[in-house]
Design a protein around this ligand. Structure first.
Ligand code: AMP
Length: 267
């Protein structure tokens, strides 16, 4: 199947597939000869055992969706296949400050697990292109760094965030939202969108506290609400400090932790 002009696209997921995953698959199908999707709920990226246990698993529906999408191969490995006993799973990547902020602050060890699993999946699948969502922007940025440092022969493609009609970013975790939490969850996107539209009208710090307040007023519990440099992931102090700026947040809606982000300006 592989050859000079035959390109393989790869979409790694943790399953409970939704339209967000499918848009990654569509992008891959559009430009590659062959598209592979993996479903592997990676234990090493869960810092909380209870979270791993309750992570949604819908294999029968996933298989139906993949078959209907036109995806060529589903790779559904067992834990022993990804982490065989005789394989040293350490990946030497120096992330600097990239995993000390945002998700990294609240999910210790999470990105070490992500780096490990994506590295291993790339080793097994050997794709030409790797598709990842902007939804997990920090993850995308860290994998880009891994590919750069290890000089891996793969092109990383970022795909925009797929949303519900009311703006809520699609996520496997949305399945666990209560009806009331589902009702308030779109406030996250509404808040991010306001900042994108009117960022020039306030200072960075004002927007950050305004954003957190909006989420709290709606009944959400923000863990962080940051305005960052998209390259370094570090918080900025003024919009003039960076060319590529994102607003990123994580907030609890009841028992469900939601993340979302928006690009405020680019280039
Ligand atoms: P997950 O199964 O949550 O690990 O996600 C697998 C891939 O799909 C990751 O690259 C995510 O960033 C991406 N993804 C998840 N949700 C969305 C979404 N709403 N829109 C676009 N991509 C997404």
């Amino acid at each position: 199947m592989r050859g000079h002009h035959r390109k393989v696209g790869f979409v790694p997921t943790m399953g409970a597939l939704h339209a967000g995953h499918l848009s990654l698959i569509q992008q891959s199908l559009a430009v590659n000869h062959f598209t592979i999707c993996s479903i592997f709920v990676n234990p090493t990226q869960f810092n909380d055992a209870a979270d791993l246990k309750k992570y949604p698993r819908t294999p029968a529906r996933d298989i139906e969706l993949l078959a209907a999408s036109g995806c060529d191969v589903l790779f559904l490995p067992a834990v022993e296949e990804i982490y065989p006993k005789d394989l040293d799973p350490t990946v030497s990547v120096e992330l600097g400050l990239l995993d000390r902020v945002l998700e990294g602050q609240f999910r210790p060890g999470h990105f070490a697990g992500v780096v490990q699993v994506v590295h291993r999946l790339l080793q097994l699948v050997q794709p030409d292109r790797l598709y990842m969502g902007q939804k997990d922007y920090q993850q995308f940025r860290i994998i880009r760094e891994m590919i750069r440092q290890l000089e891996l022969p793969v092109e990383l493609v970022m795909v925009g965030i797929e949303r519900e009609a009311d703006g809520l970013a699609r996520s496997s975790r949305n399945l666990h939202l209560s009806p009331e939490d589902r009702r308030i969850a779109p406030v996250i996107y509404q808040t991010l969108l306001k900042i994108k539209q009117y960022w020039m009208e306030k200072e960075v710090e004002e927007w950050k506290s305004w954003g957190s307040r909006q989420l709290e007023k709606a009944g959400l519990k923000p863990e962080y609400f940051e305005i960052i440099d998209g390259h370094s992931l570090q918080p900025i102090h003024a919009f003039g400090d960076a060319d590529f700026v994102l607003t990123c947040t994580a907030a609890w809606a009841g028992e469900v932790r939601l993340i979302d982000n928006i690009i405020i300006k680019e280039g």
